[in-house]
Design a protein around this ligand. Structure first.
Ligand code: SF4
Ligand code: SF4
Length: 311
């Protein structure tokens, strides 16, 4: 049950988001507004939101708009931007986000990813879509990045959503302390919970963290009777092998999992890595065929799971 709170108690906490997406239909039931929080402790090779990873604003460089005029290099007092044979180079660690290079780039080749906002700002945006939530059984999904990284902001946001009677979904990697998750659970109607790899060494290699906390938190949420949709990104050559799929099916079958979504890898985020001067490690990975997705679905169905291809 949602605890009684005095509205005056809600602090004007600031969080950092990188997008608010309206009319979303793949992030939970009905038509939803998805709020993307910035910052993530994982480093998944297939991450399709590389602009979500840092817990701070960052410069996005849209290479195909750049005409190589070099104006941005002249205004940067921190030598963060260089130009080499007409190609713009960027030293992220030197950037202090003063914004001067964005101001002078009149053709819009430089943008900023990330915005600091209050809970009330986000609530005001969310409430614009109240009519859709009521008519289509939708609500709000908080995604990322890993939203649990900004858990105090997330807590206030979830509390305010419940005060407005809005259905809430948390899209999470499950990587946070149990104390944090437990505090938030009364305000979360549905968990979209990522399960990536069952082998811990492989998990560390491809995501940067151990899977122990992730698996343990899922067990605990299940014991609390929370509604959980497990989401498995299917990444060819990384987690699509039979051993991992069977191991995942066996693990999930033991818990109270409402639905399993298998999400085929796609490389649509590749360009975003270039815009952030980040390396994309899956350059040669090919999207899985539908026949492979059906095979994985059948394997998981064999463990008594309700499996859907896609979000
Ligand atoms: S000012 Fe803009 S167009 Fe000119 S070099 Fe810099 S990013 Fe490219
Ligand atoms: S935001 Fe400021 S410090 Fe960062 S690259 Fe642009 S001009 Fe340089």
């Amino acid at each position: 049950m949602v605890e009684e709170r005095n509205k005056g108690d809600i602090k004007l906490k600031q969080g950092i988001i990188f997008n608010i997406q309206r009319y979303s239909i793949h992030d939970g039931p009905g038509i939803r507004t998805t709020v993307f929080l910035k910052g993530c402790p994982l480093k998944c090779w297939w991450c399709h939101n590389p602009e979500s990873q840092l817990l701070e604003e960052e410069i996005v460089f849209i290479k195909n708009r750049c005409i190589g005029c070099g104006t941005c290099t002249k205004v940067c007092n921190n030598s963060a931007i260089g130009i080499n044979n007409g190609i713009i180079e960027f030293a992220h660690e030197k950037c202090i986000m003063c914004g001067k290079c964005i101001e002078v780039c009149t053709i819009g080749a430089r943008e900023v990813a990330g915005k600091r906002v209050t809970v009330e700002y986000v609530i005001k945006e969310i409430k614009k879509d109240l009519i859709f939530y009521d008519e289509a059984g939708g609500g709000v999904t908080i995604s990322g990045g890993e939203p649990l990284l900004q858990w105090e902001f997330l807590y206030e946001l979830l509390v305010r959503c419940k005060e407005e009677g809005i259905h809430t979904t948390l899209d999470t990697s499950g990587f946070a302390s149990w104390e944090v998750i437990e505090k938030l659970t009364p305000y979360i109607d549905l968990f979209l919970y990522d399960i990536k790899l069952m082998d811990d060494e492989e998990h560390v290699k491809y995501t940067g963290i151990s899977n122990r906390i992730v698996l343990d938190n899922l067990k605990r949420l299940s014991a609390l009777g929370k509604k959980i949709n497990a989401r498995i990104p299917i990444i060819p050559g990384i987690n699509n092998g039979e051993k991992n799929i069977r191991g995942t099916g066996e693990f999930l079958s033991k818990y109270n999992v409402h639905q399993v979504n298998i999400l085929p890898y796609h490389n649509m985020a590749k360009d975003k890595y270039g815009r952030l001067f980040k390396e994309y490690k899956l350059d040669n990975t090919i999207e899985p065929e539908m026949c492979e997705m059906l095979e994985i679905k059948n394997t998981l169905n064999g463990y008594g799971l309700n499996v859907k291809i896609g979000g």
